[in-house]
Design a protein around this ligand. Structure first.
Ligand code: OXD
Ligand code: MN
Length: 601
């Protein structure tokens, strides 16, 4: 087996931040006895440690230094070409019974799975360094905050976790020395990065994750999809809060009135762009601020829903990012960023499809092969990524570190749908909103391995991320609603509807402010709407379309309901619920029947 991650030997004072918690020490010793690493590196997240690891990573070709004048402190990482996206078919929820994992998750029996993983991990870190990463998800003083500890043999993982989480000292402090305190155990090994030995396994009852055979972010930065969503959603249900695949943004009016909104869109459907939106000139004085771009942890306080972003960085899709589509992201990734699987230009800069300006005459593509604009292959992988700290975002919300979180006025669901689904509409009430989320669908993207562009149901954008039975998850949403005295209003959006010519009807990006403004108007009880079978729809004059170059027919089409398309849609909802079996709560079945009735002549 080729050694993918040779050991490194730090000088004194680096790699020796051994925690005081005996439970952590015992567990690390147990994993070390199994994986037999050359040495153990205890991470503290310090600048000195980071500089050392970057230097070692460059020596071992894990990172390529970019042109430091053009993109200071930025590096390029190339993952194995067989390992460029999340692998949903190898992502497994290992609950004691199959029913607990439910019909939307791959399931395997915990004891057998532990045994199989132990066989794969036996001696897996021979000749390698085993890194121990203590990290914290959420602000230091939040009741929602969780601690995790990830063991990995990948330097790329350590460097990325330092960006994506609050890592080191701060996490150990939160954990304390009580061996019984709650913390997540995460084990990751690259093994030989072979897709036949790639498994991302979750043991919710044990608060444990084991991921082997991959080096791709979504599979190996265990804080993110694995802890913050899969294990997180399981903990959230048992502890009475919510872990959701949602961005969180702040909207401030010129008069200084502020609302926070959380939005669930499936992977690679524009959450980061929406969270960093810059309003068009017409909305002078309006300000959008980012709390989070991917994950929201929410709890009830005084009858309202409050959210924190558990993460500390953005792991965003690069292609299509430009000063036109997302200036704040471009500014964020201009420094202190790790790029994965983008193209490398001859002057040491990065390039991707959709970046501003002309393509370079020559570059190395994401695999490291020669590329010119005539090449048939893409220069950057469609799921190439940036990893950048939240602090880089010029629009970062002031309250990101607020332990109590930010109060959520509206929840938005949205998918990528070429037809059927209007630009925006509002649910009649919480339970109807839960139905909108539960029946959400989207055309698939490159964020997960598999076919792109196929419509699939993706309830609450959580299909790949709900760590337990989806029927219980729907019920948890309904139950949370009962405990909210001032629930957020719930909306559905679709930026992606196309006209007969196959072109997008809506300009998207900053212009989405117009839709957001209507949502805020509704929250302030002063936006107009008409009652329709699907919910409250804005009429064209309820949306502020001033100074927007869009024709009336396009607006009518965007807001229109095609009854034939909706008959098919309702049938697809039924088919989806039927495919889940008897686990769908009665309330949602009732919502579907009511929707069908509202379409009857
Ligand atoms: C992500 C995803 O990386 O959803 O955020 O795939
Ligand atoms: Mn995501």
């Amino acid at each position: 087996m080729k050694n993918l991650a040779p050991a490194i030997f730090p000088p004194k004072g680096i790699g020796d931040a051994k925690p005081g918690n005996a439970a952590v020490l015992d567990w690390v010793n147990e994993i070390a006895a199994l994986t037999e690493p050359e040495n153990i590196f205890w991470c503290d997240g310090s600048d000195r440690e980071n500089e050392f690891l970057i230097a070692e990573s460059m020596k071992q070709n894990v990172l390529i230094e970019l042109n430091q004048k053009k993109v200071p402190r930025c590096y390029l990482h190339r993952s194995d070409p067989n390992d460029v996206a999340r692998v949903e078919q190898f992502t497994i929820v290992c609950t004691p019974t199959k029913e607990e994992a439910g019909p939307t998750n791959n399931w395997s029996e915990p004891r057998e799975t532990y045994a199989k993983l132990r066989r794969l991990l036996k001696g897996a870190m021979h000749g390698r360094t085993m890194f121990v990463i203590p990290y914290m998800m959420g602000p230091a003083d939040s009741p929602l905050t969780k601690v995790g500890c990830e063991i990995t043999d990948s330097k790329y993982v350590v460097l990325s976790m330092r960006i994506m989480t609050r890592m080191g000292e701060i996490a150990l402090k939160r954990l304390g020395n009580d061996p019984h305190s709650e913390w997540n155990r995460g084990v990751h090994s690259l093994l030989d990065v072979n897709s036949e030995r790639r498994f991302i396994c979750h043991f919710p009852q044990d608060n444990t994750i084991i991921s082997v055979g991959s080096g791709y972010g979504g599979n190996v930065l265990l804080s993110k999809k694995c802890l913050a969503l899969r294990i997180g959603s399981y903990l959230a249900r048992t502890q009475g809060w919510m872990a959701e695949h949602m961005l969180i943004l702040g909207v401030e009016s010129p008069e200084g009135r502020k609302h926070y909104v959380a939005a669930a869109f499936p992977s690679a459907c524009g959450k980061t762009n929406f969270a960093m939106l810059i309003p068009p000139a017409h909305f002078k004085g309006w300000k959008i601020t980012t709390v989070g771009d991917d994950i929201a942890w929410m709890r009830i306080r005084d009858g309202r829903l409050y959210a924190v972003n558990p993460e500390n960085g953005y792991f965003g899709v690069v292609p299509g990012t430009s000063y036109k589509s997302n200036p704040n992201a471009m500014r964020s990734i201009a420094h202190d960023t790790i790029y994965t699987n983008v193209a490398l230009t001859d002057d040491g800069d990065v390039w991707w499809e959709g970046k501003d300006g002309p393509p370079p005459a020559h570059a190395l593509d994401w695999r490291g092969d020669d590329w010119t604009p005539e090449s048939k292959e893409k220069a950057a992988h469609p799921n190439s990524r940036f990893t950048t700290p939240v602090r880089n975002n010029p629009a970062l919300d002031f309250d990101i570190e607020k332990g109590e979180g930010v109060p959520i006025s509206a929840i938005i669901f949205g998918g990528r749908r070429s037809d059927t689904v209007p630009l925006v509409y509002q649910a009649f009430d919480w339970n109807h909103g839960v139905y909108l989320g539960a029946t959400m669908a989207s055309e698939t993207t490159a964020a997960a391995a598999g076919a792109v562009g196929r419509v699939r149901r993706d309830p609450m954008a959580m299909l790949p991320f709900c760590g337990y039975n989806i029927g219980d998850y729907f019920q948890h949403w309904l139950d949370m609603g009962k405990r909210l005295t001032t629930p957020p209003l719930i909306f559905n959006v679709n930026w992606f509807r196309k006209g007969a010519d196959g072109k997008f009807l809506w300009p998207g990006f900053g212009e989405n402010m117009r839709v957001l403004k209507w949502i805020i108007d509704r929250c302030e009880r002063n936006g107009g709407a008409v009652e329709s079978p699907v919910g409250w729809l804005p009429s064209p004059h309820d949306l502020d379309l001033a100074e927007l170059d869009i024709d009336h027919n396009a607006v009518d089409e965007l807001l229109g309901l095609d009854h034939e398309e909706w008959q098919k849609e309702i049938a697809a909802h039924k088919e989806f619920f039927d495919s889940l079996g008897r686990i769908v709560p009665k309330e949602l079945q009732k919502q579907r029947e009511q929707l069908a009735t509202r379409f009857e002549p």
